[in-house]
Design a protein around this ligand. Structure first.
Ligand SMILES: Nc1ncnc2c1ncn2[C@@H]1O[C@H](COP(=O)(O)OP(=O)(O)OP(=O)(O)O)[C@@H](O)[C@H]1O
Ligand SMILES: [Mg+2]
Length: 357
């Protein structure tokens, strides 16, 4: 049985429809990430599940039970926000156990649950402190602890790491992943950070303007984006998009003699990820020729900009690659790693050699 069913949810605020028909099904133990840019409706969708707000139409079902009209505190769902919302005057321990205290859980049971959560989150030495005396990462752990002790059927996270500095964010990300592997809980997690989505999710729902643009595993979303929007949203530097025209036998990349053999009959965009381009020949590969005009060293790699006539493409190469500005280069790409989109409707075109859907 699925754990969470979101069935054709819409939400309007006045005349504006913010959610335009969302369908999602989660299995027990899934870590679903809702990914999308600011204002696309991620938090709104989460609030339909948590019960902070009711949908205009549609239904949310948790473990077979419809949640329409059910008060948030009776939904058996725990939510962790970006703002930790801790009680400043209560100790860490009481903050973690506060929900249990409100429910009248006996003191000994409460303390056992707090101790267990604190140990999992490695904050057992902080239980007597006040939130004001904690670091951001420690506060976030307390907020997660408060959700954990409730042993809910579902965890909701809304950008829980976005208040942390880059290093701590990465640490907490690994921590969350470890926690999920250890406990096997079901999670819906909102972020606009694609790396967070890629690293944490069992599946990602890429949202755009109140709809789900693509739902898939991180590998599917990254390697087989269903639309140009998804292709360009995922990956930094972004996927190169090379306009191409249909010619006999395939698609000819604009401004080049390069033809990608395929059956396409309309103008297209050939999407190539920066790391797909190689300087060494690839058997049966697509080739384009250009001149290096910018090199950025990031540490582990170089981001190289190559001028192809009036257009630029970006490739990434290992940092120790010998390459200099002004070098003429031939870029090679394995056709099996390309994404081709219809130039008009920007949806993915099936290519020979694609895995069966
Ligand atoms: N209570 C409300 N009344 C009116 N409009 C709202 C309300 N809540 C959200 N909206 C609008 O709905 C849209 C989606 O908002 P939402 O908070 O879901 O976006 P989001 O994807 O979470 O963005 P962010 O990444 O910035 O948090 C926005 O245009 C927002 O202004
Ligand atoms: Mg939001």
């Amino acid at each position: 049985m699925s754990t969470l069913d979101i069935r054709n949810i819409t939400k309007s605020f006045g005349a504006t429809q913010t959610l335009k028909g969302i369908d999602l099904t989660l299995e027990q133990g899934e870590f679903l990430v809702l990914l999308g840019s600011s204002g696309c409706g991620k938090s709104t969708l989460l609030s339909m599940v948590s019960g902070l707000s009711e949908p205009t139409s549609g239904e949310v079902v948790l473990n077979g039970r419809s949640l329409n009209g059910v008060h948030p505190k009776n939904r058996d769902i725990a939510m962790v926000f970006q703002s930790y919302a801790l009680y400043p005057n209560l100790s860490v321990g009481r903050n973690i156990g506060f929900g249990l205290e409100m429910r009248g859980v006996a003191r000994a049971d409460r303390e056992a649950a707090i101790a267990e959560a604190a140990q999992i989150l490695r904050i057992d030495h902080l239980l007597d402190r006040k939130p004001g005396d904690l670091s951001g990462g420690q506060r976030q752990r307390v907020a997660i602890g408060r959700a954990l002790v409730r042993k809910p059927q579902l965890f909701l996270f809304d950008e829980p790491l976005s208040n942390l500095d880059a290093k701590l964010r990465m640490e907490m990300r690994s921590e969350l992943k470890r926690l999920h592997q250890m406990l096997g809980v079901t999670v819906v997690y909102v972020t606009h950070d694609q790396i967070e989505a890629m690293t944490l999710a069992t599946r990602i729902a890429v949202m755009r303007d109140g709809r789900i643009e693509q739902l898939g595993t991180p590998e599917e979303i990254y390697n087989r984006p269903a639309t140009r929007f998804v292709a360009e949203f995922m990956g930094a530097p972004p996927m190169n998009m090379l306009p191409a025209e249909p010619v006999a036998g395939g698609l000819r990349i604009e401004g080049t003699d390069t033809v990608l053999p395929c059956a396409a009959r309309a103008p297209a965009l050939i999407g190539v990820r920066p790391e797909t381009f190689r300087l060494a020949p690839v058997a049966g590969g697509l080739t384009v020729q250009g001149t290096v005009d910018l090199i950025e060293l990031t540490g582990p790699e170089k981001i190289v900009s190559v001028a192809l006539g009036a257009r630029h493409v970006t490739m990434t190469v290992p940092a120790d690659t010998a390459i200099a500005i002004g070098d003429p280069v031939t870029l090679h790409a394995d056709p099996a790693r390309l994404s081709v989109f219809d130039a008009a409707d920007e949806t993915r075109l099936a290519m020979p050699g694609d895995p069966a859907p």
